[in-house]
Design a protein around this ligand. Structure first.
Ligand code: URA
Length: 284
């Protein structure tokens, strides 16, 4: 028990503080070490935009607002693809394609050499009506085996980051720049990124999130053609009118845990945009 407490991760502590916030009062307690990073304003912090759907009220602790929910049957009906609509391999996605049609296209895609070594395509996962979308690089071994994004060690940490932001994992949408695992988990080549890019662009178009979080250098390069995640993290970019926050990839955080405090600052900026209130310091 003691060692479990000792092994607590930065984000575990934030999640604990959110829990106590829910249970007790709007005031919550985070340890001194975490608080130091937690409440120190970032130099040159980007001004906070008002929540996209205006007039939203925020509860004293945190909100659990999600877009209007549809019934399972409604979602199923919307996503049923007529046989004649199933695209051929290499089909370029169009703005008219539904999420289901897009997923079918990805599942048989052979637009780049990664199709030859994949076990499964990894399309994306989560609420397709989510206000918040995370975009990673591409599947690793676990994801390739399961056909789902972020299910390995980096995925565990991503789930904690999502929870620390006050969301359940199923409330957000998680996708990747490339849908097939690059061999040996190497960074995807430019040609592979270019071949796959239309898929994530159409996913963003369909989901219409209020905010996007770019996990690491590859989504920053793919969607903005910008290099330098260390220089760019913590600064909102504009993706066709949607604020996009570049931050470090969870796999980087596993190797460099001290960077979690920087990432938490980035996540908090996104929380503000979404109207998620931060836990309050005791006696504040
Ligand atoms: N890393 C990513 O960028 N994406 C995944 O799905 C898993 C690990």
């Amino acid at each position: 028990m003691e060692s479990k407490e000792k092994n607590k991760d930065f984000f575990d502590e934030i999640i604990d503080s959110l829990r106590s916030c829910e249970e007790d009062s709007p005031a919550s307690y985070v340890s001194k070490e975490v608080l130091l990073e937690f409440y120190r304003p970032s130099p040159g912090q980007t001004p906070v935009r008002k929540a996209a759907s205006s007039g939203r009220t925020v509860s004293p602790c945190r909100t659990n607002e999600v877009k209007e929910k549809r019934t399972v049957e409604e979602v199923r009906q919307e996503n049923t693809v007529p046989a004649h609509n199933i695209p051929a391999a290499g089909f370029a996605p169009t703005e008219n394609m539904s999420m289901e049609e897009l997923q079918q296209a990805v599942s048989i895609c052979s637009k780049c050499p990664l199709c030859r070594t994949r076990t499964n395509t990894v399309f994306g996962d989560g609420d397709i009506k989510s206000r918040l979308m995370f975009i990673g690089e591409g599947p690793g071994a676990d994801e390739d085996a399961q056909g789902l994004p972020f299910v390995g060690k980096a995925g565990e940490l991503l789930t904690k980051m999502i929870n620390a932001m006050g969301f359940a994992r199923k409330e957000v949408y998680i996708g990747n720049i490339v849908k097939c695992r690059p061999p040996e988990n190497r960074t995807p080549e430019d040609e592979e990124i270019q071949a796959c890019l239309p898929y994530i662009k159409q996913q963003i178009r369909l989901i219409q999130p209020d905010a996007i979080i770019l996990l690491g250098a590859t989504p920053l390069k793919g969607l903005f053609n910008i290099t330098g995640i260390t220089r760019m993290r913590g600064k909102f970019l504009d993706y066709n009118g949607t604020p996009a926050m570049p931050t470090f990839h969870p796999a980087y955080l596993l190797r460099n845990p001290s960077a979690k405090a920087e990432v938490w600052k980035d996540l908090q900026m996104v929380m503000k945009i979404l109207g998620k209130e931060l836990p309050k310091k005791k006696n504040q």
